[in-house]
Design a protein around this ligand. Structure first.
Ligand code: 9MR
Ligand code: 9MR
Ligand code: ZN
Length: 543
């Protein structure tokens, strides 16, 4: 009897998921801030729409749609409903002339708070070298302390020798730890702190007090920074190991069951340069809270910078025996970024000159579409927003113009897309890039304030939370019909039905081929470098 009831309830919830999935009215399922722009994409013919109060069913707004607009890549016609003028707090739904009703959405100032908290807490739940636990929708997600033997020096010519490489975050759905990917991730998270500190500080993250006196957000970033410091070679040279992983990927087991040996690998110049950039950032960001730690970071940054200066050639990482993530990338962009952060932190002219020489060589290029393989934007943004004196006017002006021109392109892309997706391409991890483009928009807004930048950024967030071809959220545990089967070893191996919460999945490789399947790691994995810009975007939306 009980079992039958369960099946009955399950089938109702499946039906509900199905109904949501086929809804023709798509928008940010997190809801809207009262003064924010409010739009929905409707993919069936309709000239008008109304907004109704979810409790009283009274009509609170009526409007005409714009459309039809046909879009090739999804092969759909769309009508756009704009109800920005409606600013009353409450819970509402959209109703079409034929009676179709959307799902219910809130309008209030706090709609981004919980998502920010859950998405940022995802980093805590990714912690390695400790037990973790977090609650979401009444369920507990937890594992015991893992990878306490990290790691071995066999590949650094010291067979069987173990030294401390514990801590940090797992990279993704796998349990490896990779410096290049940690670099872009921490860089973006530090940047979010530098710009949104007052708003971020108000949000408590429900994480253990592993760094007393630090705000929760910085506690979490220190966890990863502590680990990355261990990736510098113990020989005092300043070189930095490219990664710390097993030789092959682990099967779908919990992290504490993953007992294979893991190794510090050989260094790469890209990893070393990223190390410089983030330890330099860490030095200035932790300075007001922990002077000793700040000094330790800057010392480590200087050492690795000196090594790179003495060894200007690109030193690639070669996989050799390893089958885990490659993150192979040439180092010009990483070195540029390192120089920018060293300058911002110290003000020393050597770093400024180094940066400007490299920036000129790249024609002060700003990228519209960027990920872990190309972090020059991070260097360009830091330089551009830096208030220190002494910049070369020509370099400064060119970078500024390029930042604004590229942001305008991103705005145009989004405005042409029926789902307001700001990115033109689809590929492995492109949802992360959609989130990352909000950083371009933010920097442009700092240099040349215009409300269209933040509107476009909130459209990007809306896209990731349901205003899309699937009418689904791409973030586990949050928003409309979220992913249930991410490529994540913890989610696959634990006993909960729901996946670990708060994680952005990578997304399709065309406009219509995303699938919510665990085996499809190229479309449905989670990863720290996609998560960080989502934190950035939500951090911006807090204000
Ligand atoms: O699980 C791995 C995932 O984290 C990586 O992103 C992906 C690409 O490097 O590889 C996955 O591992 C697969 C391996 O490459 C091939 N055998 C099946 C593994 C998935 O379980
Ligand atoms: O995000 C990476 C993507 O850009 C690459 O195309 C892909 C194949 O090399 O690897 C992705 O990174 C994975 C890494 O290699 C291993 N951990 C999981 C990462 C996300 O899938
Ligand atoms: Zn671990």
């Amino acid at each position: 009897m009980k079992k039958n009831w369960l099946i009955f309830l399950l089938s109702i919830s499946c039906l509900e998921a199905y109904a949501q999935n086929t809804s023709n009215v798509r928008f940010n399922s997190l809801g809207f801030v009262p003064q924010q722009m409010k739009e929905a994409t409707i993919i069936k013919k309709c000239d008008s729409f109304v907004v109704k109060d979810a409790a009283t069913h009274e009509m609170v707004f009526a409007g005409k749609t714009r459309g039809p607009i046909f879009q090739q890549d999804v092969n759909q016609e769309a009508w756009i409903a704009d109800f920005s003028a409606f600013t009353n707090r409450g819970n509402y739904y959209i109703e079409l002339p034929d009676g179709e009703k959307s799902t219910v959405f809130p309008v209030n100032e706090n709609v981004y708070h919980e998502p920010f908290e859950t998405v940022m807490r995802g980093f805590y739940l990714w912690r390695c070298g400790t037990d973790v636990h977090g609650k979401h929708n009444g369920e507990i997600f937890s594992h015991a302390a893992c990878h306490l033997d990290d790691g071995y020096d066999d590949y650094l010519g010291n067979k069987g020798f173990k030294r401390d490489g514990t801590g940090g975050w797992h990279d993704a759905g796998d349990y490896g730890k990779y410096v290049v990917n940690a670099g872009i991730t921490l860089g973006i998270l530090f940047m979010a702190w530098e710009h949104f500190q007052p708003d971020i500080e108000k949000i408590s993250l429900d994480i253990p007090d592993t760094a007393p006196k630090l705000p929760d957000y910085l506690k979490e970033l220190k966890w990863e920074t502590d680990w990355i410091l261990k990736m510098q070679y113990p020989d005092g040279s300043g070189r930095v190991s490219h990664k710390l992983t097993r030789v092959e990927f682990a099967p779908f087991i919990m992290p504490e069951e993953d007992k294979e040996k893991r190794y510090f690998t050989e260094w790469s110049s890209a990893a070393t340069a990223d190390f410089v950039a983030i330890t330099a950032m860490a030095a200035r960001i932790f300075a007001p809270f922990d002077k000793a730690f700040s000094e330790k970071c800057l010392k480590a940054a200087r050492l690795s910078y000196q090594y790179l200066k003495a060894h200007p050639e690109n030193k690639p990482f070669v996989q050799g025996d390893f089958k885990t993530g490659g993150y192979q990338t040439s180092d010009e962009d990483d070195r540029l970024w390192a120089a920018a952060e060293m300058w911002q932190t110290t003000g020393e002219e050597e770093f400024l000159k180094d940066f400007e020489k490299r920036a000129s060589k790249m024609n002060c290029r700003i990228d519209e579409d960027w990920d872990w393989g190309n972090v020059s934007n991070l260097g360009m943004f830091t330089y551009s927003l830096c208030e220190r004196k002494g910049k070369n006017k020509n370099v400064e002006q060119t970078i500024r113009q390029n930042i604004i021109a590229v942001a305008q392109k991103i705005v145009n892309n989004a405005q042409k897309d029926i789902y307001r997706r700001p990115l033109k391409r689809y590929y492995w991890g492109c949802n992360g890039t959609v989130a990352r483009q909000t950083i371009n928009l933010f920097v442009a807004d700092c240099l040349n304030s215009d409300k269209v930048y933040k509107e476009t950024a909130s459209d990007a967030v809306a896209h990731l939370f349901g205003r899309n071809y699937y009418n689904r959220s791409y973030v586990t545990g949050i928003g409309i019909n979220p992913p249930m089967h991410p490529h994540d070893r913890r989610s696959g191996a634990d006993k909960n039905r729901a996946p670990w919460p708060g994680y952005l999945v990578g997304g399709g490789h065309t406009a219509t081929d995303w699938v919510d399947e665990q085996n499809d790691y190229a479309r449905n994995e989670i990863a720290i470098n996609w998560q960080a810009p989502l934190v950035f975007a939500l951090g911006w939306m807090l204000k």
